[in-house]
Design a protein around this ligand. Sequence first.
Ligand SMILES: NC(=O)c1ccc[n+]([C@@H]2O[C@H](COP(=O)([O-])OP(=O)(O)OC[C@H]3O[C@@H](n4cnc5c(N)ncnc54)[C@H](O)[C@@H]3O)[C@@H](O)[C@H]2O)c1
Length: 260
Amino acid sequence: MAQQASSDNREGIRGRVAIVTGAASGIGRSIAQCLASEGARVVVLDRNLRGAERTVSEIERDGGESVAQFCDVTRSTMIDAAVSAALARWGRIDILVNDAGIAGPMLRVDAIAEHQWDHVLDVNLKGTFLFTQRVLPAMSERGFGRIVTIASAHGLVGAPLSAAYVASKHAVIGFTKTVALEWGTRGITANTVCPGYVDTPMGVQPDRIPDHLERVLARSAIKRIAEPSEIASLVLFLVSPAAGYITGASIAIDGGITAG
Ligand SMILES: NC(=O)c1ccc[n+]([C@@H]2O[C@H](COP(=O)([O-])OP(=O)(O)OC[C@H]3O[C@@H](n4cnc5c(N)ncnc54)[C@H](O)[C@@H]3O)[C@@H](O)[C@H]2O)c1
């Protein structure tokens, strides 16, 4: 086992099996494409099956290997099915990227309904917990695993009108630190990346308060929104052999929004 773990750690991305949730759109789609272009076999999961299939078509068009599956990350039975399907198809799971997420309503704390709070926490936090829990046995058995969760700059600082989202993203950071501490001796690393604003359907929501984005960017160091591929590049590094000593970290990739 120890020998397998050390040779596994020297392997690059080629041949790895990666699961990316929320990969029908935005950051998740870019991560799936980036991993596939480096030779990983990628399971593209989303509750938007048509979008997931589009991601797979693009990967296959570029010569990559990928499969799409419908999965709602709040449903443990669907997660079990997705993990079983990946293991039946490729016999291993090396990489998990917990990307699926929702912003929830922009409301002050006193206006958030219980069901709205629950829904945001279910997708962003419980989905991350369930998926991580379900891949750990397969990773542990091979003595290798890379888990990256897309948190947010709002996992590092608060933001008015986003209490459920902010709470969920702070929580996945704490959860990930604990996974890192529990599973580090089995060759598994767990990290969060914390984007600021990214050019995706979520990042440029039309219903946001007027001028919100402009005011945030004005306070940042790099006064522009990020491209999804910039977040994917960080994820690619975190799952590479070069990042084997990075675990339990939460890495801001926000153009300096949280630096000041
Ligand atoms: N875009 C930004 O500015 C930004 C900033 C910081 C963090 N993030 C985080 O990055 C991640 C990706 O966001 P994005 O900007 O690419 O958004 P997006 O809306 O483009 O993509 C999110 C994807 O998650 C999927 N999804 C939502 N709920 C799901 C569920 N229950 N089960 C399975 N799939 C589900 C959606 O169908 C969609 O394809 C999210 O976790 C988000 O919180 C985004």
